[in-house]
Ligand binder design. Sequence first.
Ligand code: DAH
Length: 323
Amino acid sequence: MKDQINLVEKEAREDLSRIDSVDSAEAFRVAYLGKKGKLTELFKKLGAVPPEEKKAVGAELNRVKQWLESAVEEFRQKAPKTGAPLEMFDETLPGVRPTQGSIHLLQQTIQEISGIFSRMGFETVEGPEIETEFHNFTALNIPLDHPSRDAFDTFYTTHGQLLRSQTSTVQIRVMKERKPPLKIIAPGRVYRPDTVDASHSFMFHQIEGLMVDDRVTFSDLKGVLHLFLRELFGSQTKIRFRPHFFPFTEPSVEIDIQWGKGWLEILGAGSVDPNVFKEVKYDTSVVRGFAFGLGVERIAMLRHGINDIRHFYENDLRFLRQF
Ligand code: DAH
């Protein structure tokens, strides 16, 4: 008896998966629960079951019956009343437009900046994020014991490498590979062990720039960066140069733009320090150059009124869809 019940249950399970309309649900019900239904027939045999087994077999039969009834009921509720197939295709309904992605705002900003420099003849190049101490510090005139190392300190790997803390590393890579003249910009990620808050992140993006030739002067630096900032922030933008210190440039400046009533720092720049040229074996009696570096997040935040740097990295579509 047990085996027969199991068999009927198994068949029912298979038939159930083929139900696709109210009509076939009804046919299914009759086939199992109707007067001559498969399960009804088993109920009829209950009388012949030995008394000590009756209770267990009866319970088993009722379990299957309840399951069949509720399965049929479920189909009745889901199905349209007409007996039409459950899955209908209405070709007159409007289609579902696929959502269109967009380029991340940081990437858009990098592309826009690269575009401006490209029109001034600068080539965009990239360098690795995992770097050596040589490229991130030593070659950039930041000796091991120099206090300015603190400002650019970073994460170290167990193999004596590090995550670059500035894109200035790419200056060194390009100069070691090529001879002047050079006009490059290098966008990319940099890392610093900063505590994350509204204006700091352990990872952010920079764009480095470098121009080297035999007659590059500080006025070229001024002309190029002036034009760049006016292209980016508008032709009326007021710009201010402030003396500063960077180990890899001499003299060095920070460049501010006027913002409301005050000034905002936007760029670091300067004439390439002869010690950097020496590291890459350029002839310091001939070559001259200027370099600069800027933070991409900062520029995107200013231009779009974004008040928290973390928005860039959280992949919240409500933020991303706005750009
Ligand atoms: N590497 C600097 C930083 O991370 C930015 C910078 C300043 C780059 C001056 C330069 C430069 O090339 O000349 O803060």
